[in-house]
Design a protein around this ligand. Structure first.
Ligand SMILES: C[S@@+](CC[C@H](N)C(=O)[O-])C[C@H]1O[C@@H](n2cnc3c(N)ncnc32)[C@H](O)[C@@H]1O
Length: 353
């Protein structure tokens, strides 16, 4: 018996099976919580396939990105130990799990206490027992602790697919999306840290300007920071309106890009994403077995710069024997089929023997 299967103290927040379905006006549900068919892919597979075929991500689901490319660089083999640092909906984990059987193990981590139990249950329902699969509610900066709990010296393959999942992005109550009104929260783990609204209210203009520049290369960081810092903005719509009000003469497409950058910068700050990534990059070589492979999927330049630099320095210092010379991008087909893959960049490294 493993010491534990799942480090989750919170109860499973999935709705009770007896709860009445949310009513909606018109022919089709529009709101995230009303899309009950998309939330139940086992029961409504046809609806879910139709949504995917239209290039959209069904509500409550995440489509894994660059699966074939990631499997090629990680090359998981039967009997190996794989780690998924960012379990999400479990799309990559499901493939990794199948590839390391028979005899292998997948250890998955995710910071999100809301989605983790649902994904864990979904993967367990595929028949993987605790010897094959264990999930930890943990920040990936804590990877060495998770390995120690699992009594492992390291892994053959490690994957990190950074950023937020579609479940987090599309759920208005999580406050990640510029397009959906909800509380201005943005925490991957709502039980830790402070929501984005509290951060905005606390920050001085100079601090916010720095944050917008560092986290999103925002060209209008200073005037925006002047307008937003110290404000009480409790919802995503209030923040979006305040940004638009500051840039009245900007064409609407440029306003939208600014909104996305400001939301991204705040999300990175709220979740301390860069410091978590820096820690992960630092502990990666010690977490890989000799010859072990790591793949990291990034979604903006701030992340990619860090991964590239760490791999280049690791190669120079003899920690890695080989690293990706060029970044790998999703195919045109994947970008068309799943627009959320468009900004993805994949890098890999191999631990020295
Ligand atoms: C892009 S999604 C992963 C999707 C997943 N690969 C799949 O196929 O469904 C990113 C996930 O990483 C988690 N995450 C982001 N930063 C994290 C961190 N520092 N530690 C642990 N989990 C993190 C998020 O909660 C989210 O579930």
């Amino acid at each position: 018996m493993r010491p534990y299967l799942l480090l989750v103290s919170e109860p499973d927040p999935s709705p009770s099976p007896h709860k009445r379905r949310v009513r909606y006006a018109g022919k089709n549900p529009r709101r995230f919580e009303q899309k009950y068919k998309e939330h139940n892919p086992q029961l409504y597979a046809e609806t879910v396939q139709k949504v995917i075929a239209s290039g959209k991500t069904p509500a409550g689901m995440h489509r894994p990105i660059m699966v074939a490319e990631i499997m090629e660089v990680l090359a998981p083999q039967p009997g190996e130990i794989a780690i998924d640092c960012t379990l999400g909906y479990g799309g990559h984990s499901k493939v990794l799990l199948a590839r390391v059987q028979p005899g292998g193990r997948l250890i998955a981590l995710d910071a999100d206490p809301i989605e983790l139990p649902k994904t864990t249950a979904r993967l367990q329902a595929l028949g993987y027992d605790e010897a094959a699969f264990s999930a930890h509610r943990s920040n990936f900066a804590g990877l060495p602790k998770v390995l120690a709990h699992e009594q492992l010296k390291g892994a053959h393959c490690i994957l990190a697919d950074l950023g937020v999942s579609s479940m987090q992005l599309d759920d208005p109550t999580r406050g990640f999306s510029v397009k959906l009104n909800g509380p201005l929260d943005m925490r991957m783990n709502p039980q830790r840290g402070i929501p984005a609204s509290t951060l905005l209210a606390k920050l001085k203009a100079a601090e916010l300007a720095l944050l917008l520049e560092d986290n999103a290369d925002e060209p209008k960081a200073k005037p925006l920071a002047q307008a937003l810092a110290g404000q009480t903005l409790n919802t995503t719509s209030q923040l979006a309106d305040a940004i638009r009000a500051e840039l009245p003469r900007l064409p609407s497409e440029d306003q939208d890009l600014t909104l996305r950058r400001v939301f991204q910068a705040l999300r990175i700050a709220v979740n301390e994403e860069f410091s978590a990534l820096d820690t992960l990059l630092r502990v990666l070589p010690q977490s890989l077995l000799p010859g072990g492979r790591v793949a990291i999927l990034t979604f903006h330049s701030g992340e990619d710069r860090r991964v590239k630099k760490s791999f280049v320095v690791g190669l120079r210092d003899g920690l890695y024997s080989e690293i990706a010379e060029e970044v790998i991008r999703p195919s045109a087909e994947e970008r068309n089929a799943n627009p959320r893959s468009a900004s993805a960049k994949l890098r890999w490294a191999i631990k020295a023997e």
